[in-house]
Design a protein around this ligand. Structure first.
Ligand code: FEO
Length: 164
């Protein structure tokens, strides 16, 4: 059985993961409207991954005989200045999420909740990967600068993820 403290914290994280899914969906529509279908597809896949993260926490609460309590999801940002600005926001967002997962882990240590610590290890690894991929794409976008040809090439490259 989960403690009320851990249960509340995981329920809050479910909401944050659903917000991430919503945010990436908003970013996907920005790219689609900018005629960058590869970037849009990449973001849609990312949005699905965030939904899967929420469901991983959701399933964990259920498996531990806890109670899932869903809250309203915050409205995501919808205004972006450029393709690079979007990934700057992705990286910032993922760094924030890493902080949340770290706090959750610290709480589970404090509560001596070992199963939750083991479950969170997957998320700790996942966050390192997400920060790396967002950071790599941001750096490439910075290198591209204002070159439409390079942006189109990168769009084709990112399309591979959306087509999987
Ligand atoms: Fe679920 Fe991108 O963190």
């Amino acid at each position: 059985m989960l403690s009320k403290t851990i249960q509340d914290a995981i329920n809050d994280q479910i909401n944050k993961e659903l917000y991430s899914s919503y945010l990436y969906l908003s970013m996907a529509s920005y790219y689609a409207e900018s005629n960058l279908s590869g970037f849009a597809g990449w973001m849609r896949v990312q949005s699905s991954e965030e939904y899967a993260h929420a469901m991983k926490f959701y399933g964990y609460v259920i498996d531990r005989n806890g109670h899932v309590e869903l809250e309203a999801i915050e409205k995501p940002h919808a205004k972006f200045k450029s393709p690079a600005d979007v990934f700057r926001q992705v990286l910032e967002h993922e760094q924030k999420v890493t902080g949340m997962i770290t706090k959750l882990y610290e709480l589970s240590v404090k509560e001596k909740d070992y199963p939750t610590q083991i479950m969170l290890e997957w998320f700790i690894t996942e966050q390192s990967e997400e920060e790396k991929s967002a950071g790599d794409i941001l750096e490439q976008l910075k290198m591209i600068g204002d070159s439409p040809v390079s942006l189109i090439m990168m769009d084709r490259q990112l399309a591979a993820r959306g087509n999987k």
